[in-house]
Ligand binder design. Sequence first.
Ligand code: 13P
Length: 293
Amino acid sequence: VIVDFLALLRRCRAERRAVAAFSCYDVETAAGVLRAAAGRPVVLLMPAPAILHPGGDLLAAALRAVAEQAASPVSLQLDHAHGLEEIRAACDCGVGAVMADGSHLSRDANVELVIAARSIAARRGVAVEAALGRLAGDEETALEVGVDADGLTDPAEVRRFVAEAQPDCVAVAIGNVHGVYRDRPRVDLARLRSIAARTERPLALHGGSGLQACALRAAVGAGIAKVNFNTELRQAYVAATRDALPAAGPLALHRAQTAAVATVAAAKFAAVLGPSTGLHPVEAGPLTWTASV
Ligand code: 13P
């Protein structure tokens, strides 16, 4: 069932929980993610290059159909759009949210991109995630990278950025990277708390692959409402494809891909949501949701 992105994230932020978000390049991946979700809320991320790829509109329609039929509450989000073309395309395809990623632009150009994205998205009731701070690494390839120290989100900039750009959700750079962590990851919780103290908006943590469960839970406790995963899912998918290829026909191949994705996604759900006992707010129990939208 499709649910409202912003309502889901606001509730997560208010309750110090987070929703796990996974990049889906095909229906096999989405099926694996939903198998692992087992009824829990989830965000299906459609990478921006996928929507511009031939047939991208069909993939968006397929992911929407998967979301509609799922037992889980699901939101569909376009991830890492660098321009308005893909934002328009995604809004036409019925996503619930887009990420207007101006993290590699100047501060003012970033604000302008988010404002322009909002003007497109608002007409369709689509939420907009912005990025304040810049992550090292590539969103599509599993390169080993170190943290971009100059790109860390500056808490002092948060209020002005949110006031000017008015994003619905803010992605932060707090020691996270896209791809494979070259060094032992260190999430800067003090920085995150300082950011969270300056805005009520839900905060997103990209670069979830490679972060330990304890780091993820600490980040959720400090204000992260959505954690994005791609690299580890993609690696499992590709490895399963490679292993299955010599003998498998297309359907056996798809089953192997879906199973591999489900295994990784299940571990990520456990990492983000925590065990069912304990005192930490994120461990308080499953986030239940009534159908809407
Ligand atoms: P990873 O590829 O590092 O898991 O990051 C995914 C992500 O942030 C997608 O937006």
